[in-house]
Design a protein around this ligand. Structure first.
Ligand SMILES: NC(=O)c1ccc[n+]([C@@H]2O[C@H](COP(=O)([O-])OP(=O)(O)OC[C@H]3O[C@@H](n4cnc5c(N)ncnc54)[C@H](O)[C@@H]3O)[C@@H](O)[C@H]2O)c1
Length: 335
C-alpha cells in the first residue's frame, strides 16, 4: 500500500491534515523535528489510528535520514508543511529561515527525485502577494512579498516549479490565508501562540480574564473602520490538503485557500468572542500598527471549481473551537 509523507505533520496544520488523511483511510508517515510542537498531539493520532500513522523525529533537511526513510517506504506523494512561520522572527533570523524554508526544501525535492516520488503539495502563504489592492486577490495577481518569511515561501514555490519541470512531476501549491480554530473533538490546535500573537486567542483571553485591550486602528476604509482579514477554519484547510493530494494535476497548479467571503474585521471577531465567552471585552482603539493593510481577502474560486474546496465552517465555529481548545490546554497546564 502506498503512503503519504507529511513533513511537519506534528504541528498545528499538520496534525489536522494527518487526521483528515487517516479518516480517508490513507497510510501517513510524519517527519517532524518537534522544534515547534509538542509530541502529545501526534501521539494521540498514532493511538487513534493504530498502524496507520507513523512518526519519525528528525529534520527533513537531514538527507541521510530522509533517504533511509524513502528506501523503506513506498510514498505516492509528499505534503510539505515543515518550516518556520513567524513573520517578525524571519526578519531577525534570515539565515535560519532561508536554511529551513528554502535549502531544506531543495534537499527534500532532491530525495524525491532520487526515489522517483513525483507528487508534492506545498503549504505556502497568501502573504506572497504582499500588501496589494483591490481584494479579493486571485492567483494571477503579481507577487510582492513584504516579509522575509513570505520571500522564503516564494523561493520554495519556485523550487517546486523547477522540480515539477525537471522531473515531469506534479506540484500543487496552496496559498493559505489565515487558518484559525481547532479540531475541538480531538483537541488538535495551536498551543504555541507566544511568537505569533494572533488576534483571536488574545481576545478570548481578554474576555475570559477581564483584561482591557487596545485595538490597532479604527480609521481604516472598511465597514467598521478596523482591518479585515481572511480567516479560514484549520479543519477546512486540512480538507483542502486532502483534495490537493488526490487531484491529478497536469504539472503545477496554485490555489488560494481562503474563506471565499468578504473577510472578517477585528471588531467582528471581537463581537463573536463576546458572544462565545458570554462576557464583554473592555476595549479602546490605539494607533494603526505599522505595515497593516486595511483589507486582505483572497479569491478562492479556482480552488472551489478545480479542487472542490468546501468551506463548511463559519466564524462561530472558528471562535468556539479555539475557545474550547484554549480552555482544555489551560486546564491541563494548571494541573
Ligand atoms: N498557520 C498559519 O497561519 C499558516 C499560514 C500560511 C502558511 N502556513 C504554512 O503552513 C505550514 C504549517 O504551519 P503550522 O501553522 O502548522 O506551523 P507549525 O509550526 O505548527 O508546524 C510546522 C511543523 O514543522 C516542524 N518543523 C520545523 N522545522 C522542521 C525541520 N527542519 N524538520 C522537521 N520538522 C520541522 C515543527 O516542529 C512543526 O511541527 C508552514 O510551512 C507555514 O509556513 C501556515
Amino acid at each position: 500500500m502506498s503512503e503519504i509523507l507529511v513533513t511537519g505533520g506534528a504541528g498545528y496544520i499538520g496534525t489536522n491534515v494527518v487526521n483528515a488523511l487517516a479518516l480517508r483511510g490513507e497510510k501517513v508517515v510524519v517527519v517532524d523535528d518537534f522544534s515547534n510542537c509538542k509530541q502529545k498531539y501526534i501521539d494521540k493520532l498514532k493511538n487513534l489510528y493504530k498502524g496507520q500513522v507513523e512518526c519519525f523525529s528528525f529534520s527533513f533537511g537531514d538527507r541521510e535520514k530522509l533517504e533511509s526513510l524513502f528506501k523503506t517506504h513506498n510514498f505516492s506523494a509528499v505534503i510539505h508543511l515543515a518550516g518556520k512561520k513567524y513573520v517578525q522572527e524571519s526578519n531577525e533570523k534570515q539565515e535560519l529561515y532561508k536554511l529551513v524554508n528554502v535549502d531544506m526544501t531543495q534537499t527534500l525535492l532532491d530525495v524525491m527525485k532520487e526515489f522517483s516520488v513525483k507528487k508534492i503539495v506545498f503549504s505556502s502563504t497568501a502573504m506572497v502577494y504582499g500588501n496589494v489592492m483591490p481584494c479579493p486577490i486571485s492567483e494571477l495577481r503579481e507577487l510582492s512579498p513584504v516579509s522575509y518569511y513570505a520571500t522564503t515561501k516564494l523561493m520554495a514555490e519556485k523550487l517546486i516549479a523547477d522540480f515539477v519541470k525537471t522531473s515531469k512531476g506534479q506540484g500543487v501549491i496552496l496559498r493559505l490565508s489565515n487558518p484559525i480554530g481547532a479540531d475541538d473533538k480531538l483537541m488538535l490546535g495551536d498551543d504555541n501562540l507566544a511568537k505569533a500573537k494572533p488576534i483571536l486567542p488574545y481576545l478570548l483571553d481578554a474576555a475570559k480574564n477581564g483584561n482591557k485591550v487596545v485595538l490597532n486602528g479604527n480609521d481604516y476604509n472598511t465597514k467598521d473602520g478596523t482591518p479585515v482579514r481572511d480567516y479560514v477554519h484549520v479543519c477546512d484547510v486540512a480538507e483542502a490538503f486532502c483534495l490537493a493530494v488526490e487531484k491529478d494535476v497536469e504539472d503545477l497548479e496554485i490555489y488560494n485557500i481562503g474563506s471565499g467571503n468578504e473577510g472578517q474585521s477585528v471588531l467582528q471577531i471581537l463581537q463573536e468572542v463576546e458572544k462565545v465567552v458570554g462576557k464583554s471585552v473592555d476595549h479602546s482603539f490605539g494607533e494603526r500598527r505599522e505595515g497593516d493593510v486595511e483589507i486582505f481577502v483572497s479569491d478562492n474560486s479556482k480552488a472551489k471549481n478545480d479542487l472542490g474546496l468546501k468551506i463548511s465552517r463559519d466564524l462561530n465555529d472558528m471562535v468556539l473551537s479555539q475557545y474550547k481548545f484554549l480552555e482544555e490546554t489551560q486546564k491541563k497546564s494548571t494541573k
